[in-house]
Structure formats: C-alpha cells, structure tokens
Design a protein around this ligand. Sequence first.
Ligand code: MG
Length: 222
Amino acid sequence: MKMKPELLIFDLDDTLYPPESGLWHAIGDRINLYIQRRLGLTLAEAVALRDQMYHQYGTTLRGLQLHYRISPEDYLAFVHDVPLNRYLKPDPPLRKILTSLPLRKVIFTNGDRAHANRVLNALQLDGCFEDIIDILDIAPYCKPMPQSFQLALEKAGVQDFSRCVLFEDSNRNISSARTLGLFTVLVGKNGGPSEAHLQIPTIHEVISLFTPAFCLSNRSKK
Ligand SMILES: [Mg+2]
C-alpha cells in the first residue's frame, strides 16, 4: 500500500472471524424466528420477507422498521442472542497482528455495539479497537448506503476518505465504499468478481499490506 492510512475500518461479522464458524448462520436463524413470531409468518414466508428487506433496504432491520415499526433494540437483542463460545474461539495470532499495526482502528458494523463487544471478547480482541460504530450510530441508514459511511467517518473524525482502509466480506459494502473514495480490501475466499482494490483470504493477512519496517518505524508515534 503506497499511502499511509489514517484509519483502518473493520467490518465485524464474517470479517473478523470466518464464515465457516457458523455464527452468522445462527444469527440468520434468529432473524427468521423473530420475523415468524413477530409477524405470524411461516418460516418460508419469513425467509422470503427477510431476503426482500435485505436487498431493498440494506439490512432486514431497516426494512422491518419502515414497514412494521419494529423496535431496533428489541430486534437486535433477540437476533444476537446466540451462544458465541459455541462458534468463536480466542484468536491470539490476530490479536498480535492488530496490536502490531500502529494505526487507528475502528469496528463498523450493521449489528449493534453489545454484539460487537461480545464477539471481540470471544475472540479475545478486546482493546484492539478504539471505537465501535454500530447500526444505532448511523440511523436511519445502514451499510451499504453511502450516508452510513459518511456518518461513520464523521464519527471517527476523518476528513480524507482516501486515507481510510475498509476491510469487509460484503461485496456490495465494498462497492459503495469504493465509490466514496475509500481504499477497499475484500476479506474472504469469495471467488466472484469484486470491485475491491485488494482481496485477502482471511483477516490475518492484513499484515501482508504493511511492511515490517512500517510497523516498527511507526510504533513510537502510536
Ligand atoms: Mg460482514
């Protein structure tokens, strides 16, 4: 990477841990159950509605808020109520990598802060990020809406979007961020076409973007 980044922005789910963990799938099951119970639908109807909301509004939550006046707090607490330690293990190598990077780092998630904190604790990455920007912070928007990135970067106090690096597993979020001028890195083994500047198979490869000299020379300026 030629520029010196001002801020590293990390998506949470399926980015800081791999999709194979099954956690996101478990959250998806809770979303289906929430819709079924709340709106009195069959599983098939709930899945179809969820799919439609996700594609039309960016997240199921935003669609449910608009059409059914769902409380975001109620929804977020229910869908994230899964036993995290069944899916996630501590990741000391990632902790070492993140702490070796002398740059500002934040989480930016379409989930909520409570879930993000629980995930970071389960991965033992607590303290590796200076802030968590969540879906409540960027209301009424959500990723991939451009306004969500603008609000998030404003919250992080960043002026120059081109000096921000986004790590994300979602192609549509990558695409939106790139349009706004961010440097984008797709995380995961997603084989399809991507608009990302770079692709890395797992988040651990973040270290490959920075030279050892960079990590050492900038350490004192942290
Ligand atoms: Mg994700």
